[in-house]
Design a protein around this ligand. Structure first.
Ligand SMILES: [Zn+2]
Length: 101
């Protein structure tokens, strides 16, 4: 089903998922942040400083972002295999957590 184009009364900030490119309400996305020191991690609070990119809760989107090097482009830094592995594990936890609620 399609949402009406204008939903004026109900505006929430939206961000684009780096993987699928769809827009989602910001609070449903997982933020990946590159700290000023250059380390890449997931930001569960959305408050870490640094350059951020967003992923929705579909694990495939991390794979898509990886394949297209989109996370690297969005964060403007090299994202190593190791980081992807960490993100994947953390992402799985997030999804698991939200399933339990
Ligand atoms: Zn996505």
């Amino acid at each position: 089903m399609q949402q009406p184009a204008q939903a004026k009364a109900y505006q929430k900030p939206e961000r684009r998922c780096t993987g699928c490119g769809n827009r989602f309400p910001k609070n449903t996305l997982i933020r990946v942040v590159r700290s000023p020191e250059g380390s890449v991690s997931l930001d569960g609070t959305g408050k870490k400083s640094g350059r951020g990119a967003y992923l929705c809760r579909n694990p495939k989107c991390l794979q898509k972002a990886k394949k297209g090097n989109r996370l690297q482009a969005a964060l403007d830094c090299v994202v190593s295999e190791e980081i992807y592995a960490t993100l994947e594990a953390q992402l799985a936890e997030y999804v698991h957590e939200s399933d339990r609620k």
